[in-house]
Ligand binder design. Structure first.
Ligand code: ADP
Ligand code: MG
Length: 589
């Protein structure tokens, strides 16, 4: 949701600043530096704040951008405008090569990986003969429009800030799209995103490239601003500083990058120019004071200054209205109730010595509600994970509509029409209910990153959001549609997960403890919804501990105990089964 008016005002103010009579040139240089840093930090917002991939190595991509234009303009006399796409391309290709290795790393290994190649590239820049080793390359020509050369800080200023504004708008557009939602889902872990068809490695690589291209753009501008390039500004220290900027501004916010760049660049400048007067030329002191001030700032605004600020401003977020007349094509329903949708044949899962699922066989037919019950640790959730491709079976076969899925990844299983919710809710807390639910319709849209950056995805997007709004209405959460998912009660969040799963237009709905945390009335509403879904042609497999709810709703019940199926039958038969009473119901009753 880009808001136009504040953006236009900001652009106007920035455009007028250099024209103010008596504006000290030094301020303009500062603003140039802020803009350059903001571009890199904006990439980090997407990579780290939104995608959850921490990178200390972004400065190296500035280096690729800067050195590409430096070499081509000085050694080969290529025009700077021609080197711009090449600089971006080289940064992007470097990101592909480094990204393929890096995005496979998890946890602490990922940031460590970026530090490693950040340092390695810094030394590479300083050792290569054709990059001028430590001295770098000087005599880079200025950017020119016709005969007008951007020689002064006040002229390149416009190039820098136009780049910042355009990048900000494109980034905001990207985030507010099908691809953007997929990227934002990454931070919540890959399992939920993949359950709805998101190719998470590809999404990670995309943000990696995007961030690198923004850094490359900054590097290109920097080279023509300084008219020289040397390794220092592209080293690990700068990489850490860019991350600082993104975090201080608010790592999840595009404008936080601009604000953070302003704060950090100005703070550093002020400390560098005034501290020596106060403390008598003690070098390095500013680094310490700088560090202390930043830590204090983060104490005050732990998720960054931008969200801290906007929370205190009387800003209204535009309410989204989805046009519910728009529809997506629906999946063909199973013709008869005899069709077998899901078949488990001696499915087995071992975790080391623990047999979580022990040669379990059962099936779910079309238009049927089957409940999977059993004590905690019986293997119910693991069974769900085997069916949906989160885990691969140790042995046995699982098929959906006759297609073998025991080795299929989650993205393939969902394509067959199997959608699920999670026992431990996996929503993106700082996305709205509408946006979270729309992730469920990921596979029913087609727009890619570039189309969404230029808002060419609006028709596709409107249909996805309309579908999401419709499913939210179906589960009775329309009043909460614009609220952040994290602000809802846990029971409501489970219902949001059901709406998200319904957006898949599933044949088979897998619900892991959907009624946990719901009040009596809400449980009844849920039961009514599930019956209505079944009558509409869907099948439901659900795990639930509330026996009243299960006995009332299920057509058939499968009972697991210690990973083994101990009974299967109608609710009436299961209630009376002595083995089930001994293992589970006795304790529950
Ligand atoms: P339920 O959902 O029926 O309560 P689970 O399927 O979550 O049970 O767990 C079944 C058994 O498998 C438990 O003993 C659990 O500790 C074990 N288990 C589940 N997931 C894993 C895992 N990823 N690694 C190791 N053990 C696991
Ligand atoms: Mg479970």
């Amino acid at each position: 949701m880009t808001q136009r008016l504040p953006l236009v005002i900001f652009a106007l103010v920035m455009a007028l600043i250099p024209l103010v009579p008596g504006m000290p040139p030094f301020w303009i240089v500062l603003l140039d530096n802020i803009g350059l840093a903001a571009l890199v930090a904006m990439g980090l917002v997407l990579l780290t704040g939104v995608g959850g991939l921490t990178s200390f190595g972004q400065a190296a991509f500035c280096g690729f951008g800067a050195y590409t234009t430096a070499v081509l303009t000085t050694a080969y006399g290529v025009s700077p405008w021609l080197t711009l796409p090449l600089s971006l391309l080289v940064s992007g290709i470097a990101a592909v090569l480094l990204g393929i290795v890096t995005v496979r790393l998890f946890g602490h290994y990922l940031p460590l990986g970026t530090i490693a190649w950040g340092i390695a590239l810094f030394y590479l820049f300083s050792k290569l003969e054709f990059l001028g080793r430590n001295d770098g390359i000087s005599g880079i020509p200025p950017v020119a429009i016709g005969s007008y050369e951007m020689l002064s800080p006040g002229t390149i200023y416009y190039a820098i800030w136009i780049a910042v504004l355009i990048s900000a708008v494109l980034t905001l557009n990207l985030l507010d799209s099908r691809t953007g939602r997929a990227i934002r889902a990454l931070r919540r872990g890959h399992i939920a995103a993949e359950a709805f068809g998101v190719q998470t490695p590809r999404a990670k690589l995309l943000v990696f490239i995007y961030a690198a291209v923004l850094a490359g753009l900054s590097g290109w501008l920097y080279a023509h601003f300084q008219r020289a390039a040397n390794p220092t500004p592209f080293g690990p220290q700068a990489g850490i500083e860019y991350l600082f900027i993104a975090v201080v501004g608010g790592a999840g916010y595009v404008w936080g990058a601009v604000l953070g760049a302003g704060i950090v660049v100005i703070l550093k400048e002020v400390l560098q120019s005034y501290l020596p007067y106060i403390f008598g030329g003690q070098s390095q002191l500013e680094t310490i004071v700088f560090g202390i001030l930043l830590v204090m700032l983060l104490q005050l605004a732990p998720s960054g200054v931008w969200p801290w600020l906007t929370a205190r401003l009387p800003l209204k977020t535009a309410r989204r209205t989805a046009d519910t007349s728009l529809t997506l094509p629906a999946r063909e329903r199973a013709p008869s109730t005899s069709a077998v949708l899901l078949q488990l044949d001696k499915a087995r899962k071992q975790f080391g010595g623990v047999t979580a699922v022990n040669d379990v066989s059962f099936d779910v037919k079309a238009r049927e509600i089957v409940a999977l019950i059993g004590p905690n640790g019986a293997g119910k959730s693991t069974t769900f994970n085997l069916i949906t491709g989160v885990l691969t079976a140790t042995s046995g076969a699982i098929s959906v509509l006759g297609r073998k899925v025991e080795n299929a990844p989650p993205q393939e299983v969902v394509k067959l029409g199997v959608a699920r919710t999670f026992q431990h809710v996996k929503l993106v807390p700082d996305m709205t209910v509408l946006e979270n639910v729309a992730i469920g319709a990921h596979l029913r849209g087609a727009s890619g990153a570039v189309a969404s950056m230029f808002r060419l995805d609006r028709a596709d997007e409107a249909r996805l959001l309309a579908e999401a709004a419709r499913q939210i209405e179906r589960v009775g959460l329309t009043d909460q549609i614009d609220q952040l998912a994290g602000s809802l009660s846990l029971g409501q969040q489970r219902i949001v997960e059901i709406a998200r799963a319904l957006c898949v237009d599933p044949m088979l709905l897998l619900l892991d403890e959907p009624a946990a945390g719901l009040r009596h009335m809400e449980k009844q509403r849920l039961a009514a919804l599930l019956r209505q879904l079944r009558d509409g042609g869907m099948s439901v497999l659900l795990v639930e501990h509330d026996m009243g709810f299960v006995m009332d709703l299920a057509d058939r019940i499968v009972v697991l105990d210690f990973g083994t199926k101990i009974a299967e039958g109608t609710p009436a038969a299961i209630k009376k089964n002595p083995e089930v009473i001994k293992a589970y119901l006795g304790a529950a009753a």
